[in-house]
Design a protein around this ligand. Structure first.
Ligand SMILES: *Cc1c(COP(=O)(O)O)cnc(C)c1O
Length: 411
């Protein structure tokens, strides 16, 4: 691919504006790398932990140590980390079903939960929480912030077993929540009702800050291993971290009551999960640096970008607003073209299970659908927003930005 000199110039100009921002991002990666390294050391991680296991997996030290390692990194009492968790939605589903019982109520305090969770919570006759008699309420965000006043009001009328916080922007034109804000919200809820279980959907949020929701009082924090904490290496899986009491309940739901995480094997071995969490602090920051550059380039060209290129990031997503669906589709197709895998595939808008509108996705990834690798997706609905995330190397995202410029500007 030969790029016009003008493309190099646009990218160089954008890059020069990001020096200070990159220095501060590098420092986050450094401090998180230190935290992760020290957890490996205090858990005496050794070659034997990487081994494959089979059958029931009784006394599987690879599994047990991996769970311990995640718990320590996230400063949680306990964690479940498992390749038996199929996706982020699966992890969130078992967490919700682990805590909630018939006639309980849950409330989302960050507006609608991520698209795929909506059916899980209030779908009809598909084994949703609603089908099991769990009631659901929702509080909208106010100017991208959690509405504390509305929480006070809702809790004065109802008792909630579980409060749900979505940290990431999901498919919304809003900012992700900072861990600091999550902490303030949790304190507020616990003051009203200390028994309410606070669960955070932490997908895309890990290692964006030097603290995580479990550092500020979350009872449960849930994420996917084909996003940030898998470091671009973990082939599948999810995690749930939090207090022993609730993590145990989730394990009983994931595996079986009273058995929990005593069983579960993995015949492919655990090396990629260990290596993945070790690389994760750097990988996640590489992704954000890449998307900051892409964001700066598009902002310089007059596009609306969120978060602003040099703003603090609380998830790895960068949203770019296009004025037509054609440009949006072209942008996503350019990302696919710039991918190491399936670069010849042309993505088109398509109906996806769990999503309301048609979705177009670029995911030329090694691990199928891994969005810690460079990927972009968008529901085809107004306003036309592309959500870009991932990129295990900064240079790859930079190249992809150049592909986008070439296709959109016809330079
Ligand atoms: C990815 C994601 C999920 C879970 O989605 P899966 O595709 O099932 O892994 C949930 N919430 C948010 C905010 C996400 O980004």
């Amino acid at each position: 691919m030969d790029f016009n000199q003008k493309i190099y110039d646009i990218v160089a100009t954008a890059e020069s504006k990001l020096t200070a921002h990159f220095t501060s991002l590098n420092n986050v990666a450094f401090l998180n790398q230190k935290k992760v390294l020290e957890a490996f050391q205090s858990n005496n991680v050794a070659s034997r932990h990487m081994s494959q296991t089979s059958g029931y997996g009784y006394d599987d030290i690879g599994r047990d140590t991996l769970c311990k390692l995640f718990a320590d990194i996230f400063h949680a009492e306990k964690a479940i980390v498992s390749p038996l968790i199929a996706s982020g939605t699966h992890a969130l589903t078992v967490a919700l079903f682990g805590v909630l019982r018939p006639n309980d109520k849950m409330i989302s305090i960050t507006g609608a939960p991520y698209d795929t969770l909506r059916s899980v919570i209030y779908g009809d006759n598909i084994g949703s929480l609603k089908d099991f008699g769990v009631e659901y309420d929702q509080i909208e965000l106010k100017d991208s912030k959690v509405d504390l006043h509305a929480i006070t009001e809702a809790f004065s009328k109802s008792k909630y077993k579980l409060a749900f916080i979505g940290r990431s922007r999901g498919y919304e034109w809003r900012d992700a929540l900072s861990v600091e804000e999550i902490g303030i919200v949790i304190k507020h809820i616990k003051k009203i009702d200390p028994d309410t279980v606070v669960m955070v959907d932490n997908c895309y949020g890990e290692f964006m800050d030097i603290v995580e929701p479990t550092d500020v009082g979350a009872d449960l924090m849930v994420g996917s291993l084909i996003k940030n904490p898998g470091g671009g290496i973990a082939p599948t899986g999810g995690y749930i971290a939090g207090s022993t009491k609730w993590v145990d309940q989730v394990a009983y739901r994931l595996i079986a009551p009273s058995i929990g995480m005593e069983v579960g094997s993995y015949a492919a071995g655990y090396m990629q999960f260990y290596q993945g969490i070790f690389l994760a602090p750097t990988t996640a920051i590489n992704a954000v640096k890449g998307s900051a550059l892409m964001g700066q380039v598009f902002a310089d060209l007059g596009y609306e970008v969120m978060p602003a290129p040099t703003a603090n990031c609380n998830d790895i997503i960068r949203s770019i607003k296009f004025d037509t669906s054609e440009k949006l589709i072209k942008f996503i197709q350019s990302i696919q073209k710039a991918s190491p895998v399936d670069s010849n595939v042309m993505p088109i808008p398509w109906a996806m299970p769990g999503y309301d509108s048609e979705v177009i996705m670029a995911a030329g990834t090694f691990v199928q659908g891994a969005s810690i690798e460079l990927s972009a997706d968008s529901p085809i609905r107004e306003p036309y927003i592309a959500y870009v995330q991932g990129g295990v190397t900064y240079e790859h995202v930079k190249l992809a930005t150049m592909y986008c410029l070439q296709d959109l500007l016809n330079l």
